[in-house]
Design a protein around this ligand. Structure first.
Ligand code: ADP
Ligand code: MG
Length: 690
């Protein structure tokens, strides 16, 4: 039997939009917030820091305002104490038909302060007879996307589906935590937790349900990641780099272009220790943009070479791989080291000469893109592989690298994206962490300014001065899937305008919708200095090194995440000149956005920014977690708030694995079974079990 209310069409939308394909997924789709539906506020009572509230009143008229990407629909909503503006940015045609002027509605939404006035964006409106009367007046709200709403799968519809499912489940849902853990943590049973998370019987039970489900989620996450570590330690050995030999010493003596920073020295020491234990190194190296990670990578590779092994560097793009190749060639000149580059666009002929030399060990350092972990690339004796700037390089992907030698090579993952502690424990929870917390001397921190788009005229002339001094300039535009057409139009218009404003300079354009070859070619024009201005989307975010580029202008900065802005800003400030980053926004901004922009102008510290970013995002922000580089979606736990539960879950998981590393004991059978289920993503479909 299919579930009533979920026909094939709706099932398809649920699958595509929120990855729900079974009743089981559905009951694990939790409300992202709860609202007190027993209270109705008056317009006059609205003040600065209110969550979602309910109002009761009427719409007195609609008005279309703005143009282009700023087009929106506004309406006035009034009760007997005053009125407030409503605003919609999407579905502008449908809204006036859905919500009639003069009808009394219960409105549900979050008041936001714009300038001196409040408004409510995309409110939910209902006629009064649909008003919910729950047992404690608290009602769950479910995240829905635009497509879901269009298919009439709004929050209330999901609630109805979940009601049906829970009514149909007659026996309690089977427990997913072992008795041992339940005894230790005193969590409530799964069945009770699931029912109360959707339909809370009391505030207390809601809290207990949330705790139980968050704990469970984080516990399995930790158990999974720590199990990999245990397995590795128990089953896999590690290559020994006992010697510091000629390659390392000669490089240090003759080729090292500058004194290492203390942070670089410390990290090299940590890597030396790791590679001397007989266990495989799996280390994460975090260091802000420009902190000098490449040099650390090279020194580690030279150690590998000194002990008779090869080294490899994997980068996310061809441009980056090529840059690494050139840098490493230059740094190792005269040391008698064979370096080669292998990417997707390496010609077949060249490839055919490289591969045998990699197999024989003649090529000592191989640098490339993902192409170098393909099965066709066999190493003679790979000792160390460096993974640069790949934020989502989780356990599963790393495990692939381990097969590149009979004893797995050491792995060093390098990233400039600052990862908050809780996040690191989750994505890279099996890695040891090194941090370069010091920039090379003489760097001038990028100066960041917030400028209103309305005042951009003045900006053009100051930028021209920079160009006249021989500097290069990035101009960055947002491009997201939902508004892709409009964004592309803005980008190309921006490109044309820029050419008109600076006719005496060359301008190139790069965006993610271009063919890779075309993109590379345009990028290369900027790298080589042939063009002075590059108009681009966030494709330039990662790794490109153009020290002469000292100005970055970011259009619609309010549409970027904080960490993303920080990454972008890292593209300038790589040379000796004072660099500038200009954040352009419109004049009207929400409080929250204003705060975010202010953080960017106040600090250059990536870690501070990452923490703030996590804090400022709501728990229901699906895009948010993806942006910050988590390879999975947390259903209920929130890494910025649930650090304590995370630690508790981690401790318990560690204790269990300490006693039973491979989960072979009878009492841990349920845990193993549950982990396998989570890892294989076994799904049951929409059929009900009766
Ligand atoms: P990232 O950590 O962002 O990958 P890079 O390794 O590209 O940074 O280094 C950025 C720049 O700093 C390079 O031009 C590099 O030569 C330089 N650099 C690295 N280490 C030092 C140092 N100890 N002293 C001075 N300059 C350094
Ligand atoms: Mg780098």
């Amino acid at each position: 039997m299919y579930l009533p209310g979920v026909g094939p069409k709706k099932a398809e939308v649920l699958r595509k939009e929120i990855n729900v394909v079974s009743w089981e997924d559905m009951i694990y789709y939790f409300p992202y917030k709860y609202i007190d539906r027993s209270k109705i506020f008056k317009v006059r009572e609205i003040n600065g820091n209110m969550p979602y509230i309910q109002l009761k009143g009427k719409i007195s008229g609609y008005q279309a305002v703005g143009e282009g990407s700023g087009r929106r629909l506004t309406a006035t909503f009034s009760d007997d104490t005053g009125s407030i503006e409503l605003v919609w940015f999407r579905m502008l045609k449908q809204i006036p038909e859905m919500y009639k002027v003069g009808t009394e509605y219960i409105l549900f939404g979050k008041p936001t302060l714009f300038g001196h006035r409040f408004n409510i964006a995309h409110p939910e409106l209902e006629t009064e007879n649909k008003f919910y009367e729950g047992e404690v007046g608290v009602q769950g709200q479910y995240n829905t996307t635009e497509r879901m709403k269009n298919a009439f799968l709004h929050s209330r519809a999901l609630q109805k589906i979940i009601t049906k499912i829970l009514e149909n489940i007659k026996t309690p849902l089977p427990e997913t935590l072992s008795k041992d853990i339940i005894d230790k943590t005193h969590v409530i049973p799964l069945d009770e937790a699931i029912r109360n998370i959707h339909f809370p019987k009391s505030a207390d039970l809601l809290r207990k349900a949330q705790y139980r489900l968050k704990f469970e989620e984080l516990f399995y996450l930790q158990l999974n990641i720590l199990r990999v570590t245990k397995y590795r330690e128990k089953r896999l050995g590690g290559l020994l780099f006992t010697k510091v030999g000629d390659y390392f010493n000669n490089f240090y003596k003759y080729n090292l272009p500058f004194e290492l920073t203390n942070a670089q020295k410390r990290v090299v020491r940590e890597i030396r220790q790791d590679t001397n234990t007989g266990k495989q190194m799996n280390r994460l190296l975090q260091g802000d943009v420009g902190s000098g990670k490449t040099l650390v990578a090279l020194l580690s590779i030279l150690l590998s070479l000194d002990n008779g092994f090869q080294g490899a560097i994997m980068a996310p793009t061809e441009i980056l791989a090529t840059q690494h190749y050139e840098t490493i060639r230059e740094l190792t000149a005269g040391l008698g080291i064979e370096v080669a580059l292998l990417t997707g666009s390496t010609k077949k002929k060249v490839r055919e000469t490289i591969l045998p030399k990699v197999r024989s060990g003649e090529i000592q350092i191989l640098i490339g893109t993902h192409a170098l972990i393909e099965d066709t690339v066999e190493f003679g004796n790979l000792g160390l592989i460096i993974v640069d700037e790949q934020h989502r390089f989780g356990v599963a992907q790393r495990a692939k690298l381990w097969k590149k030698n009979t004893v797995p090579p050491h792995v060093l993952v390098m990233t400039a994206t600052p990862i908050p502690r809780t996040l690191a424990m989750t994505v890279y929870g099996d890695l040891d962490v090194s941090v370069i917390d010091e920039l090379p001397p003489g760097r001038k921190p990028v100066k960041t300014y917030h400028v209103y788009s309305e005042k951009r005229r003045n900006l053009y002339e100051s930028v021209r001065k920079q160009l006249q001094e021989g500097r290069q300039v990035y101009i960055v535009y947002p491009l997201i899937e939902e508004s892709e057409k409009m964004d592309l139009k803005n980008l190309t218009e921006g490109f044309e305008t820029t050419k008109q404003i600076y006719p005496e300079y060359n301008v190139c354009m790069v965006h993610g919708k271009m063919k890779p070859a075309e993109k590379e070619a345009e990028m290369q024009k900027f790298v080589s200095g042939e063009t002075q201005i590059m108009v681009a989307t966030t494709v330039i975010e990662v790794g490109v090194n153009v020290p002469n580029a000292s100005v970055m202008i970011i259009e619609n900065a309010e549409r970027f995440g904080l960490s993303q802005l920080h990454q972008l800003r890292g593209r300038v400030g790589r040379g000796a000149d004072q660099s500038l980053c200009i954040l352009l926004t419109r004049y009207e901004l929400s409080e929250n956005t204003r705060k975010r922009i202010a953080i960017m102008t106040e600090t250059n510290d990536g870690f501070v920014i990452a923490e703030e970013d996590l804090k400022l995002r709501g728990p229901g922000d699906i895009d948010g977690t993806q942006q910050s580089g988590v390879a999975f979606n947390l259903k209920i736990a929130n890494l910025s708030q649930d650090g304590q539960i995370l630690s508790q879950a981690r401790d318990l998981a560690r204790d269990i694995l300490e006693a039973d590393p491979l989960l072979e004991k009878f009492q841990n059978g349920l845990l193993k079974q549950q982990l396998d289920k989570l890892n294989t993503g076994h799904k049951m479909g929409w059929f009900m079990i009766s």
